[in-house]
Design a protein around this ligand. Structure first.
Ligand code: TXA
Ligand code: MG
Length: 369
């Protein structure tokens, strides 16, 4: 299969009051319509930008489309997918029963964060049109409205709820550029919409408000601090999901039981390590002086003559989130043997960053400082 990369100009897309996309650029309109036709008329899948990471989308209503997603990514079928809708009205019209009201616990969160990088769980109804493969047989489904104009326009034009995991090959770092999607999935999917770099850089936050107390299943683009702050009383006591799942347990959150976010090189994550002197110590202790080593640093780590490749992830949580996956991929492409990463504080954006890094890491070194 030949994989086409089609450019789209995000700034040419706006939304009217009816959630209908208004697209001023003719090429963008043509390319969005071509992608929407694949989603609406075939069981093939399309790579597209969201504000978090690039998604690999297929109709959430079709078993065959969902199978195409799992197949292209080589993703284990017991890891459920997030459904993406273009608006609340599309969610109601296409998925929910007519008389169903979204549980009130979500109201403040949806008012504040939708469209955006927040995913909520809702019950699957007996009459649900969703493919059972989307939910991996769980009694709930996960749904969000992406804020990225290309994603929203694509979903609106196809008039179809879209199941979309990150558009990487399973176990690889999530893609934040169209070229990342191409590197992983060329020849396996017909089309990638190229809308430039993703702004958030880590996946959406997944919350479950159907249990009491409510749970955070995956940290992501919306911080748990903001969920507590804007969610209303019930969310002040939100519980963080535990980090590992037994083999027999259904997967509640990604990476709980599978390798995830991994470059080819070994990732060594340093936590509580001050200025990073322990990286040199590690290189010497493990006899890596002749290996090609990369360092992804943030605020405190210093350069070393023992490290050939260095990238600065930035100092704010937002910058580090945005850069993390792209820099892991970039230095990996340079053929390094080991990637050392400076761990950061787990507050605000740091929780999602450290969640991804601890799953990507083959080893975590705690400097004890
Ligand atoms: O930012 C994102 O959310 C990206 C972009 C493309 O939108 N999408 C994404 O989708 O990360 P995906 O399918 O990789 O996320 C699946 C994760 C599951 O591993 C699990 O944590 C959660 O979403 N999830 C999905 N359905 C669930 C369910 N029924 N119950 C619990 N968790 C669920
Ligand atoms: Mg993923």
């Amino acid at each position: 299969m030949n994989t086409r990369i089609l450019p789209v100009d995000t700034s040419s897309i706006t939304f009217g009051s009816s959630d209908e996309p208004i697209i001023s650029d003719a090429v963008t309109r043509k390319n969005l319509l071509a992608a929407a036709a694949i989603l609406h008329d075939t069981t093939d899948v399309v790579g597209f930008p969201t504000e978090t990471v690039y998604g690999l989308g297929g109709s959430a209503l079709s078993d065959e489309s969902v199978r195409s997603i799992y197949r292209a990514k080589n993703r284990p079928a017991d890891n459920p997918l997030i459904v993406h809708v273009s608006s609340l009205s599309q969610l109601k019209r296409k998925i929910l029963p007519e008389d169903y009201e979204i549980p009130e616990i979500y109201t403040p969160l949806l008012a504040k964060f939708w469209p955006g990088p927040l995913t909520i769980l809702l019950p699957v109804f007996p009459s649900s049109p969703l493919s059972l493969l989307v939910t991996a047989n769980q009694p709930t489904f996960a749904v969000r409205i992406p804020a990225h104009p290309v994603a929203r326009a694509l979903i609106a034009l196809s008039d179809t709820p879209i199941a979309a995991p990150s558009a990487n090959a399973s176990t690889r770092p999530s893609p934040t550029l169209a070229s990342h999607v191409y590197a992983d999935l060329q020849g396996r999917i017909p089309m990638i919409l190229d809308g430039g770099a993703c702004d958030v850089g880590v996946e959406s936050t997944v919350v479950d408000g159907l249990v009491s107390p409510p749970m955070l299943l995956r940290p992501g683009g919306i911080s748990v601090e903001d969920i507590r702050k804007f969610g209303g009383l019930a969310w002040e006591n939100v519980v963080l999901a535990k980090k590992t799942a037994g083999k027999m347990e259904a997967v509640r959150t990604p990476g709980m039981k599978y390798r995830h976010y991994s470059p080819k090189a070994k990732v060594v994550l340093f936590v509580n390590s001050g200025t990073g002197a322990r990286v040199e110590e590690y290189i010497i202790k493990n006899g890596l002086q002749n290996k090609k080593c990369a360092l992804l640093k943030s605020r405190f780590f210093e350069s070393s003559p023992l490290i050939q490749v260095e990238r600065d992830m930035g100092t704010t949580g937002a910058d580090i989130s945005r850069n993390l996956f792209a820099m892991l991929r970039e230095v990996d492409e340079m053929g390094v043997d080991v990637i050392f990463v400076e761990g950061i504080d787990e507050s605000n954006e740091g929780l999602a960053v450290m969640n991804r890094l601890s799953k990507a890491a083959g080893e975590i070194v705690d400097g004890g400082l």
